[in-house]
Design a protein around this ligand. Structure first.
Ligand code: ADP
Length: 454
């Protein structure tokens, strides 16, 4: 899950917790206060009924009832039970009928407030004393209005809670989105920086906050990387240059030797070998030199539109020069009707070096058995499949063939240095492409190169 969504969720859970606790507190508080006020109202009525019952004079009793009717009115389901001291039978039957706990009766005896709530009904008990008489009044009523109020409050709190959750999550997402905006822009910019535009830098705003610090740190790291690349580049470039001249002289001398009349055949064979090997070395140093010359920093822009079919034809030409006995066949049957889709943006020298490495390897590791090259399209990519019937690569070693100086365990009888494929891989990556290798020992190897077309 993205940090942005995680923050929005944490924010929502925290706020939900706070709102929920507040709602529960509010509900309990309101419920307590409504129920207390109802108990109080019931107690007032209970007291009046008790005092009315204690009056010896009937006219005084009716005065109490009149007063209650006129000024206090009736409560829903209001009932009063007056128990005189001598009326033990009534007391027993009421005790059985009413769902009141022992503590309720104990409170009445102790003349403390006796209140009980059961099944929406509120019960109060009063112990009223008058000289010569002592009675207990049990009153009950249902607070319909209070119950409705509580139900309303419950609905209101639940709906309010749900609505506030939606709001909190939406705002949380919006704010976390805002907070991460600068980080996303850094990610976008950093993604755009690759080996061939290493001179690009992130914009650092003047806010002096953590984001500005991060951008500055990235820029410092890019500075250091650029210097390292520059040093590496210069080294490869200088070394390749130093190799180039002696190699040209060696192959020139070998050619001269071959053209001298009367040279014995075995000497001619040696000259041919010298010529062939120096050509190979020249090819290798040329690829390294061109890689270094083009540079990884994109400063020397040599990027142009290249037709992949033409490029592969010129690779075949190179293979013919270096390994005249090769059996490389190019299959043009799968070319798309729209020729524009064969065009890629890239550096011709580098791509030629990359494909030559793969094709020459295929010829070398199959002892010049047929090598098939197919060019076709797949979505936004041009695919070049190079398939040989050679020795194959042991399964567990396939992952390592792009590591510099790695050579598979079955290549003892073949000469090589293990730098061709790492260079090829770098070049293809530089062109936003990728290489997929499938191989089976004793059957052959297929290299599929994916390059984005325009
Ligand atoms: P090398 O100079 O050894 O050919 P590369 O970098 O070109 O170096 O290749 C690395 C290794 O990958 C080779 O040593 C070999 O083991 C393996 N490899 C490359 N291409 C093939 C192929 N077509 N068939 C079998 N093995 C291959």
């Amino acid at each position: 899950m993205k940090i942005q969504n995680r923050i929005a969720l944490i924010f929502t859970f925290l706020t939900a917790g706070i709102i929920l606790s507040l709602s529960v507190f509010l509900y309990i508080f309101a419920s307590e206060s409504i129920s207390n006020s109802f108990f109080h109202r019931l107690e007032v009525r209970s007291d009046i009924v008790g005092h009315a019952a204690l009056q010896k004079n009937k006219s005084q009793t009716s005065i109490y009832y009149d007063f209650k009717e006129k000024h206090l009115g009736d409560l829903p389901y209001e009932q009063h039970q007056v128990i005189f001291k001598k009326d033990i039978k009534k007391a027993d039957s009421l005790r059985k009928r009413l769902p009141l706990p022992q503590s309720f009766y104990d409170a009445i005896v102790r003349k403390q407030p006796a209140r009980f709530f059961h099944n929406d009904t509120s019960y109060v008990g009063m112990n009223i004393n008058q000289p010569g008489e002592n009675i207990i009044v049990l009153s009950s009523a249902v607070d319909l209005y209070g119950l409705a109020e509580m139900e309303n409050l419950k609905h209101l709190l639940i709906v309010g809670f749900c609505i506030s959750l939606v709001f909190v999550f939406t705002f949380g997402k919006f704010f976390s989105n805002q907070i991460f905006q600068p980080i996303r822009s850094i990610i976008r910019n950093v993604k755009g920086i690759s080996a061939h535009n290493l001179n690009q830098r992130l914009t650092v705003d003047s806010s002096r906050d953590e984001i500005a610090d991060l951008s500055k740190t990235f820029n410092d790291m890019l500075d250091r990387l650029e210097i390292t690349f520059e040093i590496q580049n210069n080294f490869v470039s200088n070394a390749s240059h130093e190799f180039k001249t002696p190699l040209t002289i060696i192959s020139g001398e070998a050619q001269l030797g071959l053209s001298v009349p009367g040279v014995p055949d075995n000497v001619k064979d040696s000259f041919r070998t010298i010529f062939r090997e120096s050509e190979k070395m020249e090819h290798l140093t040329n690829s390294m030199l061109s890689l270094a010359q083009t540079g990884f920093d994109g400063k020397k822009e040599q990027w142009e539109e290249i037709r992949i079919d033409e490029l592969i034809l010129s690779v075949k030409g190179t293979a013919d020069q270096i390994i005249p006995a090769n059996k490389v066949q190019i299959n043009f049957d799968h070319l798309p009707d729209d020729e524009q889709k064969l065009v890629i943006i890239g550096n011709e020298t580098l791509l030629k070096a990359a494909f030559s490495n793969i094709v020459l390897n295929s010829c070398k590791y199959s002892d010049n058995a047929p090598v098939h090259i197919v060019i076709r399209l797949e979505d936004a990519f041009v695919l070049v499949e190079i398939t040989d019937e050679g020795i194959g690569i042991p399964n567990r070693e396939i992952a390592q063939i792009f590591v510099p100086f790695f050579r598979a365990s079955n290549t003892e009888k073949y000469k090589g240095y293990g730098i061709g494929l790492p260079l090829t891989n770098n070049i293809i990556k530089l062109h936003q492409g990728s290489i997929v290798v499938k191989s089976e020992v004793g059957v052959g190897t297929r290299f599929t190169v994916y390059l984005p077309h325009i």
